[in-house]
Design a protein around this ligand. Structure first.
Ligand code: HEC
Length: 125
């Protein structure tokens, strides 16, 4: 009886560990729900201010659609969840393909909230 209970606990713990490690790679739960909601113009306006006063525009252009190097991506109009996730991944060093490491320095202090607002703004363009 005790042995059966023990096996059951081990199984449960394994399950929790697997789910836990998968979710670490998923979208930040704090913003995942918000990113699926309708955008509101107030958030877009906040994101616009944050983006346009940041160093981002030096490489991606004032409206995210005019990169200074033609090999670099357009940000304007891309899905907000995608943009948000790329910002977090590049900041955390999980994405360092292509030229993304070039911007690692400028986003290392970018907070989740700012990344979320910038993603909403760029996506709305
Ligand atoms: C020094 C130039 C530079 C700066 C500054 C910079 N970026 Fe980038 N950014 C890049 C490059 C280069 C890439 C990746 C190109 C590649 O993967 O080949 C990139 C990629 C991205 C991506 C992923 C786009 C995609 O299609 O996957 C996002 C989102 C992004 N930048 C947003 C920003 C934001 C927001 C800021 C400011 C907080 C910023 N970047 C600052 C150069 C820069």
């Amino acid at each position: 009886m005790i042995l059966r209970y023990y096996k059951y606990s081990v199984l449960c713990l394994t399950f929790v560990a697997i789910i836990g490690s998968i979710s670490v790679h998923m979208l930040d739960p704090e913003f995942a729900g918000k990113l699926t909601q309708e955008d509101n113009s107030e958030l877009i306006a906040k994101g616009k201010i944050l983006y346009q006063k940041s160093s981002c525009i030096g490489c991606h252009g004032k409206k995210g659609n005019y990169p200074t190097n033609s090999d670099w991506p357009n940000l304007a109009g891309q899905p907000k969840k995608y943009l948000y996730q790329q910002l977090i991944d590049i900041r955390e060093g999980n994405r360092n393909n292509g030229g993304s490491s070039l911007m690692a320095g400028s986003i290392k202090n970018l907070g989740n909230e700012t990344a979320y607002l910038i993603a909403i703004y760029l996506s709305s363009l």
